[in-house]
Design a binder for this molecule. Structure first.
Ligand code: ZN
Length: 460
């Protein structure tokens, strides 16, 4: 891996991957960008000349494992991050307290009940209630949409409902996981299963949070694999009544103490104007949360380390925030909003990386047309690594409350990778991440952030 990183910079920046034949000709770079070419080249060069980001992400996962809110793993990882940021020479390194929900999965299982029980591969959904200790046993009813469920009406009563819906896009499919439990409970179902929200993998269950609707009974809910959903579908299609037994110990403990981690490079001339980058530091309680979202946290942090290493102190302050509790509460992003309310109008831009650190293609951006033009100009500095596409919308769930409050220009790192294949699964581990791709991601974030923080005019 180090050998590939040691390839000449020219090859890395200008020849791989080969440009698509239909790449549009770029307009001539604007004159204002000229002074930024040299620092941008240095940041990208430093980023891809080593595998520091990958090594740090590997260390995070190997040492602390997964990091669900309220877990000792997350607490220890937060303490480690503070110490490491200080070692990097970041300034004003501190934690900001956040009370987080503390959901515990416990033991869980699902089987086809009968004379010869058949265990299925499952993961309880985050924030689900548990079953009674002996489990819930009931007949299975398979549906393929909310319309299907509503059409079943009274037939859903007393059943375990399976939403067997193929994965299309996350936004389209996640609603069955999020709101399916309450929709099923409203019709008297006793538990809900969802085909995992992700493309077919190798019998991989995907967890993720559910949201119980106010005023509806709460029922336990879990995800099953694509393969097991298909098996259950075949059995039902044959006309065989299928009885399932679901056992889950899932429960909440009292809210726990957690924290956002903050580090900065203070601005040279305008320290009160702030450019924020970050990712969430918590993860689901399976895998090591390397892609979701250790990679986002480490790559944005790495952007500051690169600036520090190269003695690039921009005009404005650059701040990295590692948010807590994105996955099952969003309290870290909300707490940042609450604790920084007075200075939100001084936030020049906020960038969140929570879509994986695969090959970067550019950034999504939400803001004014004038700001979009500036950001497009800056992205030309990333043409050499083909990370120069500015998409129609950018943001993230942790920066969302602040961005909406103060109408702050917002960005997200965009990448080309199979994020949803491993998202929220035991397979979200460091080996899915290429050292060069996370290095390029960090380099792209560093260039974009540095220029926004350094350019004479504020991004508006
Ligand atoms: Zn995430």
């Amino acid at each position: 891996m180090l050998r590939s990183l040691g390839l000449s910079l020219a090859v890395l920046l200008f020849q791989f991957p080969p440009p698509a034949v239909d790449t549009p000709k770029l307009a001539a770079p604007p004159a204002w960008l000229a002074p930024f070419r040299e620092p941008a080249a240095r940041l990208l060069g430093e980023a891809v000349s080593n595998d520091a980001a990958w090594q740090r992400l590997a260390l995070l996962g190997d040492t602390f494992g997964n990091r669900l809110s309220g877990s000792p793993n997350l607490d220890a990882a937060i303490r480690w991050a503070v110490e490491e940021m200080k070692k990097d020479g970041l300034e004003n390194v501190h934690t900001e307290p956040v009370k987080v929900p503390h959901w515990v999965r416990g033991r869980e299982s699902l089987e086809i009940a009968g004379a010869i029980p058949q265990p299925l591969v499952m993961l309880g959904l985050g924030n689900s209630i548990g079953t009674p200790p002996a489990g819930v046993e009931a007949e299975l009813l398979v549906v393929h949409s909310f319309e299907d469920l509503d059409a079943a009406g009274a037939r859903a009563r007393g059943k375990i409902i399976l939403f067997n819906v193929p994965f299309t896009t996350y936004g389209d499919t996640v609603r069955f996981r999020a709101t399916g439990p309450s929709r099923a409970a409203a019709l008297g179902a006793v538990a809900m299963l969802v085909r995992s929200v992700g493309p077919p993998g190798l019998r991989l269950p995907h967890t993720g949070t559910l949201t119980y609707a106010d005023g509806q009974p709460q029922i336990p809910a879990a995800a099953v694999t694509t393969e097991d959903a298909a098996r259950l579908q075949r059995m039902v299609d044959r006309g065989t009544p299928v009885h399932l037994k679901l056992t889950m110990e899932a429960h909440f403990l009292p809210d726990a103490d957690s924290a956002n981690v903050v580090g900065e490079i203070r601005g040279r001339d305008l320290p009160d104007e702030i450019v924020v980058v970050g990712g969430h530091f918590d993860s689901w309680d399976v895998g090591t949360g390397s892609t979701d979202d250790g990679g986002g946290a480490i790559s944005t942090w790495e952007a500051l380390r690169l600036m520090k290493k190269l003695n690039l102190r921009p005009r404005r302050t650059v701040r990295v925030v590692l948010w807590t509790n994105e996955e099952n509460g969003g309290r870290g992003g909300q707490a940042y909003h609450d604790q920084h309310l007075a200075e939100l109008p001084k936030h020049v831009m906020m960038l969140e990386s929570d879509g994986g650190v695969f090959r970067p293609t550019g950034f999504g951006f939400t803001g004014s047309d004038a700001a979009r033009t500036k950001v497009r100009d800056i992205a030309q500095l990333l043409a050499g690594i083909h990370a120069d596409v500015i998409g129609p919308a950018g943001g993230g769930s942790d920066i969302g409350p602040s961005v909406q409050q103060a109408n702050i220009p917002s960005m997200s790192l965009e990448v080309d990778g199979n994020y949803f294949l491993i998202h929220h699964t035991p397979a979200d581990t460091i080996d899915k991440i290429d050292p060069l791709e996370i290095a390029r991601s960090a380099g792209a974030i560093a260039v974009m952030t540095y220029v926004v923080a350094e350019m004479p005019d504020r991004l508006r």
